[in-house]
Structures are given as C-alpha cells and as structure tokens.
Write a protein that binds this ligand. Structure first.
Ligand SMILES: [Zn+2]
Length: 271
C-alpha cells in the first residue's frame, strides 16, 4: 500500500477510494495524516510509525471530519492531535462514529483498536495560523466548502501541501458544505501554490502531484465543474450537468455525489 516514499515522506494509499494517508518524518517528530481505511491498512501504518518513531513525538493531523479520514484515530491514541477548531467542536460526532460502525458492520470488519472521535489537542481557529514544532513549520488555512471543518496544511521547509478532499485527479468536487466557500478555498489553494513554491501536493483521494502545472489544472477543472453546474441550473438544464462527470473513471458510482451537489446547489439558490 506504500505508494510513494522519499527521505521525508511516505504516502500510503488505501485500496478503498484511493484514499491517501501520509507519514512525515523529520529529525524531531513524526506527523501522521488521516491514517485510514481497512483494518490491515491502518495496522500497516500503525506498525510503520511504531517501528520508525524512535523517541520522537508523534502528531496526528486530521484534514476534516469525514468518517473515512478519522476512522484510524484509535490506533494512535498516544499522538497529539491537530485539527480545526470546527472539527473539535463538531456537533455530529456520534453520527460520524455511527458511519464508521455501519461501514465496518456491512463488510464484517473488526478492528484491533477502539473507534473514537478524535480528541483534539491543538485546534486551528483562525483563517491563517502558523505553528512551529521542533524542526517543522506548519502553515494552516481554513478550507470550508467540501465540509465546514477542513484545513489545508503547508509543511515547511518541505514544500508540501496537504489538501484534504480538494484537488483530486479522480473526483470532481464533492460539495457537502457550500459551493461559494468551495470556490474561495480553490482560490486560496492557487495562491498557496505560488506563495510557498509547492513541490508536492497530496489530495485526500487519488494521485499526488509534483507538477505545479498539474496542480493548477486540477484547480481550474474544479472551478469549471462548479461554475458550469451553477450556470446549467440557472438555465434549467439539469440533465446536461451529467456530461460534466463523464470524463471521470467511475461516473456510475460517482453519480450519487453529483446528485448531492445538484441538491445542495438548488438549495443554495432558493435561500
Ligand atoms: Zn474523503
């Protein structure tokens, strides 16, 4: 399941929805990001961290509260947790835990760790915050749109951006929260890529990229999808919106998410 490895970073990609978990190792700390999915996959990440952490502190970063991104929390209870203040104060923790249980039950999965909602130690509440831990500098940005409680993290001096569920090359935007916020977050990502001269972008699902032209292309494709959706709805051409998802690899399975987007966009128009 290791998809990429260099001196600083290891990307584990799950067989489920190509979900990415990341382990960053510096001289002074180990950072684990969204460790996830199948029990053996979480075990593999857990063992990897245990074997390599030596006496370093371990930090756990959650990009947002979707159940697939937080379900590995219980395997790293000793770590200090970083997430947005919104995730910390999430009003529907129980329903997220229930989603993990429902998923596990439906596939007869058992886990060797407890399923719990993350207990956040370091919460990010401002639009922009920086944090220095040991030899790593974190730059955090609020990233609402997909969910309300997302954050984007830039890791300096590595030039890495952890995008959460934005800028996937396999998914169109899944807008669970708000389409205008989603567009603002895309704009933010564009300026982040320039500002920090990003050399590695890791999305929540799909392939990472080291190519800034590819990063920008993903931004414009996401913007295009959202603006086209809005325009077509305005023209009452709902059927034509389905053309927008034809180019993706799993359009049949993804139709459900496109339909959620349609419902949300229509609701936004009527407010
Ligand atoms: Zn996700």
């Amino acid at each position: 399941m290791i998809q990429y490895k260099d001196h600083d970073i290891t990307i584990f990609q799950s067989a489920m929805y190509q979900t990415n978990s990341v382990v960053v190792e510096t001289d002074e700390l180990v950072l684990v990001i969204d460790p996830t999915w199948l029990p053996n996959e979480v075990n593999e990440i857990q063992n990897y961290v245990y074997k390599n952490k030596k006496d370093k502190d371990v930090y756990l970063l959650f990009t947002h509260s979707d159940f697939d991104h937080i379900l590995g929390y219980g395997a790293f209870l000793y770590a200090k947790v970083i997430a947005s203040k919104k995730l910390k104060d999430c009003p529907n923790k129980q329903s997220i835990i229930d989603s993990i249980r429902d998923f596990d039950d439906s596939y007869y999965l058992t886990r060797e760790y407890e399923i719990k909602f993350p207990n956040v130690d370091i919460s990010i509440s401002k639009e922009y915050e920086e944090l220095e831990i040991g030899d790593m500098k974190f730059h955090f940005y609020q990233a609402p749109g997909h969910t309300e409680d997302g954050i984007i993290t830039v890791l300096e001096p590595l030039g890495i951006v952890i995008a959460g569920d934005y800028l996937s090359n396999i998914e169109f935007p899944y807008i669970y929260h708000n389409s205008d916020d989603y567009l603002s977050t895309l704009q933010k990502l564009e300026s982040i890529i320039d500002k920090y001269d990003i050399s590695l972008l890791i999305p929540g699902h799909g392939g990472f990229t080291k190519d800034q032209a590819e990063m920008k292309k993903r931004i414009s494709e996401s913007v295009h999808y959202i603006l086209q959706m809005k325009q077509l709805l305005l023209e009452d051409k709902q059927e034509e919106t389905y053309d927008l998802i034809k180019k993706y690899s799993y359009p049949k399975a993804m139709k459900k998410f496109h339909n959620y987007n349609l419902t949300l966009l229509k609701k936004e128009r009527n407010v």
